[in-house]
Design a protein around this ligand. Structure first.
Ligand SMILES: Cc1cc2nc3c(=O)[nH]c(=O)nc-3n(C[C@H](O)[C@H](O)[C@H](O)COP(=O)(O)OP(=O)(O)OC[C@H]3O[C@@H](n4cnc5c(N)ncnc54)[C@H](O)[C@@H]3O)c2cc1C
Length: 375
């Protein structure tokens, strides 16, 4: 009998395993795939992290916790996972990004610089300022090494006594007042608590809750450049653009495959991530190339790498983090809506607190299941 079973050990689940292990709980992490795999939502080298949160200012306390936990993981492992390259935002002064960044900065006393176009071009040559756009810069932002974070969290957790089993698919679970039973394609496990962190497979494991989750196929593109301005080693930042009717973002060349760029908006809805296509989509590729030509003109059209990854979207694009309404022994995080990785360290701790203490030390009420407009 385990204290906690974590179902799905990707971004959030690996962090939950570590948080449980740090509390001294006997924890089992189960996954269909090995740590750091490329079938779900947590692969492709890097994920942006920033405190200035245009999506909703209430996420900032979760981000403050997440930053502390990422720093702690680096210290435990003696390895860098968080690269503080800074993030530069470009967009209309009254657009979603700039307004939201400034609001979260004001509410939470965050340091965000305002740059005029001339200053921006001086500091970040090669990043074109769209006509009439404003520019903001957050220096404490940057990116996380996504697969390395997951592997490190699982490694640290197992060092502290956690068990990790991959190669097993969870078929079903059941719960009563005091315990849960999890059945995989090969085994049956019992625990006092279950934490469900199944990413784009969450809907099938939480079917009775009818959370309206949509899975969306997203593309990541890497392009070569011989310009120093786009290199992390020369101060190249992560970037966000609200432009061309969408949101585009990317990462400086870290010395591997080049500048990484993607569109956050849009995407094709799919039903089954396991059998989904992994090829590029012409419309997406065209929009990325157009974006690069217009705004990062020193990046070449020579694409060096392409990956497909999945967003799990809620209708309001905010996460769902809660206890199961019928089973207090079960809690879950779902619908991270394409912006969840930076939070995974804090969500792991929050879920552990929900499982072991029944309430979390950080307020996640705005992410509860029965919030207005979700179901
Ligand atoms: C292209 C792309 C770019 C993104 N960019 C950013 C970004 O810049 N910043 C940011 O913060 N976030 C970003 N995100 C979002 C972020 O990566 C995700 O929100 C986060 O990684 C999701 O973590 P997860 O733990 O929910 O899912 P996953 O990491 O996919 O983990 C779910 C795990 O559950 C396992 N599982 C599911 N069902 C079962 C079962 N029945 N049996 C056994 N195992 C099971 C899966 O195998 C998987 O390992 C991006 C996402 C994508 C796709």
């Amino acid at each position: 009998m385990y204290d906690v079973i974590v179902l799905g050990t990707g971004g959030v689940g690996s962090a939950a395993m570590l948080a449980c292990a740090k509390r001294g709980a006997k924890v089992l992490g189960l996954d269909r795939f090995p740590a750091g795999h490329d079938r779900g939502s947590s692969h492709g080298e890097s994920r942006v992290i920033r405190r200035s949160y245009f999506e909703h200012a209430d996420y900032v306390p979760l981000l403050n916790l997440a930053y502390g936990l990422w720093d702690e993981l680096e210290q435990r492992c003696g390895e860098q996972f968080l690269h503080r390259t800074g993030v530069v935002y470009f967009g209309p002064q009254d657009g979603v990004i700039l307004r939201g960044v400034l609001k979260s900065a004001e509410n939470h006393q965050l340091v965000v610089e305002r740059l005029n176009a001339h200053e921006s071009m001086g500091r970040f040559p090669g990043y074109v300022v769209p006509p009439k756009a404003g520019v903001l810069f957050e220096a404490d932002a940057g990116y996380l090494d996504v697969e390395k974070c997951i592997c490190a969290q699982i490694q640290e957790a197992t060092t502290m006594g956690a068990e990790h089993r991959h190669g097993e698919t969870v078929m079903r679970w059941s719960a009563d007042e005091n315990s849960v039973v999890v059945e995989t394609d090969g085994n049956r496990y019992r625990a006092a608590r279950l934490v469900i962190t199944a990413g784009c497979w969450a809907a099938g494991l939480l079917q009775e809750l009818n959370v309206p989750l949509r899975i969306v196929r997203k593309h990541l593109h890497w392009h070569a450049s011989d310009k120093d301005t786009y290199r992390e080693s020369h101060g190249g930042p992560c970037f966000f653009y609200e432009a061309n009717g969408g949101h585009f973002y990317g990462f400086p060349d870290a010395g591997r495959s080049g500048v990484k760029v993607a569109e956050h908006s849009g995407g094709t809805e799919i039903t089954d991530p396991l059998s989904d296509l992994r090829e590029e989509e012409a419309d997406d590729t065209q929009r990325i190339e157009q974006f690069l030509k217009q705004y990062l003109p020193g990046v070449s059209m020579n694409r060096t790498r392409h990956e497909v990854c999945f967003y799990t979207m809620t209708p309001d694009e905010h996460f769902v983090v809660d206890h199961h309404p019928e089973h207090k022994t079960v809690c879950f995080a779902a619908g991270l809506s394409g912006h969840g990785f930076k939070f995974t360290s804090s969500l792991g701790q929050i879920l552990t607190e929900l499982a072991l203490d029944e309430r979390s030390s950080v307020d996640v009420d705005f992410l509860r299941l029965n919030r207005p407009g979700l179901c």
